[in-house]
Design a protein around this ligand. Structure first.
Ligand SMILES: NC(=O)c1ccc[n+]([C@@H]2O[C@H](COP(=O)([O-])OP(=O)(O)OC[C@H]3O[C@@H](n4cnc5c(N)ncnc54)[C@H](O)[C@@H]3O)[C@@H](O)[C@H]2O)c1
Length: 371
């Protein structure tokens, strides 16, 4: 048995990890990597894998069951549509779409073609995330005062220079929305929404955004966002790519009977380690038996996409004054460090408050920040 015929689209960035994952499943006889598509050509691939410059050529030449899409955000919808109309199921990287309109378009294609589409929010398949959601639903943390998502990350010039779309809000007239909240730290928001049971498009009542940047980019690298879900939970996102040191992101649940910290990249609640299901394996299991639910169907990213839409339509990020930023490194290693950003993020998280509400020195209210 060789298993499902899988193609990976976009293989030179994060897509390399998808190629390795399909190779792992191939070794177990559960999948076969038949082809890849990337305008930059092939790379370190198993023998017999066909290489194409684009997905259209690939689909014209090869029959595939599943297409894994790991390309720039603005290419997600056309590529996913192409794959589903050709009869393939799709694992699409996050964020699935750059706008609400695109989300609706893609949802319509899923409905019309009847294909399965899983979104690459791997933390949603973590037993730690699901266990914490269950603990909350059972009332084990008491009444939930709110949820916060904290990201203190480091990104250097190399990250923003690796591709044309990096750090862009729009490119060539098309929405990209590649900012800290919507792309690198997207899992934090998505996990917080899942914990609240608010993943659907109608599960979000309001979104306030405060977007800032220290890097010479279009999009935000330091932001606070408050989502109020339909059930009334405040979810406060406080993130930066300009930290002193790179720490794992956390999602913190503030309950009347206690506080729980989810470190989703390591599948931890507090210090307790959990397992994690693989999203491609889950998609293959769902193909074999539609009774097996997907961990992250497109519909379960509707609430997250409301946040993308709020960031997309917000005013451009406000540049942080130079006196609050220290620059380190040269060339591709160069990076900004925002003064005391860790302290302000922790306060925002504890108080479920936006940067401007706690008086962070870079925070000024600007028009168009709410939706
Ligand atoms: N799930 C995760 O934890 C995670 C981590 C990193 C990135 N991502 C997501 O993966 C996607 C890609 O991010 P990246 O950082 O690897 O981007 P990247 O720009 O570094 O790499 C993208 C790759 O896609 C190729 N490509 C571009 N346009 C293409 C097209 N039309 N058809 C085929 N290939 C094309 C590029 O040549 C490149 O090899 C994004 O959606 C990103 O958010 C997810």
């Amino acid at each position: 048995m060789t298993g499902a015929r899988v193609a990976v689209v976009g293989i030179h960035g994060h897509g390399a990890s998808h190629v390795r994952n399909v190779a792992r499943l191939a070794a177990a006889g559960r999948a076969e990597l038949v082809a890849v598509a990337d305008p930059r050509g092939g790379g370190d691939l198993p023998p017999d894998v066909r290489v194409f410059g684009g997905l259209d050529e690939l689909l014209a030449a090869t029959r595939v069951d599943v297409v894994v899409i790991c390309t720039p955000i603005q290419t997600h919808v056309p590529l996913a549509e192409l794959a589903m109309r050709a009869g393939a199921d799709v694992l699409l990287e996050k964020p699935p779409t750059a706008s609400m309109v695109e989300f609706e378009q893609l949802s319509a294609v899923v409905a019309e073609t009847g294909r399965a589409l899983q979104v690459g929010f791997q933390a949603q398949a973590s037993e730690a995330t699901l266990k914490l959601a269950a603990m909350m639903a059972e009332g084990r943390l008491g009444e939930i005062r709110g949820i916060s998502a904290v990201g203190k990350w480091v990104r250097k010039a190399q990250y923003f220079q690796r591709a044309r779309w990096s750090g862009k809000r729009r490119l060539d007239g098309v929405d990209v929305v590649d900012g800290a909240v919507t792309n690198p730290l997207a899992h934090a928001t998505a996990a917080a929404l899942l914990l609240d049971g608010s993943t659907g498009v109608d599960d979000v009542r309001s979104i306030e955004t405060e977007l800032y940047r220290a890097n010479p980019i279009e999009s935000d690298d330091t932001s606070s966002v408050r989502i109020t879900t339909s059930r009334g939970t405040p979810i406060l996102i406080a993130v930066t790519l300009c930290a002193v040191e790179h720490l794992e992101a956390t999602v913190i649940v503030h309950g009347s009977e206690g506080r729980a910290v989810l470190t989703y990249q390591s599948d931890l609640i507090g210090d307790t380690k959990y397992g994690r299901a693989d999203l491609l394996e889950n998609l293959l299991a769902h193909r074999a038996d539609p009774g097996v639910p997907l961990y992250v169907p497109l519909a379960a990213t509707g609430g997250f996409t409301r946040v993308v839409e709020a960031v997309r339509t917000a005013a451009d990020p406000v540049e942080i004054p130079g006196e609050l930023v220290r620059w380190e490194g040269e060339g591709l290693e160069r990076r900004p460090i925002l003064l005391d950003v860790e302290k302000w993020i922790d306060r925002a998280s504890d108080e479920l408050a936006l940067f401007s509400e706690i008086g962070a020195p870079w925070a000024v209210r600007s028009p168009g920040e709410s939706s």
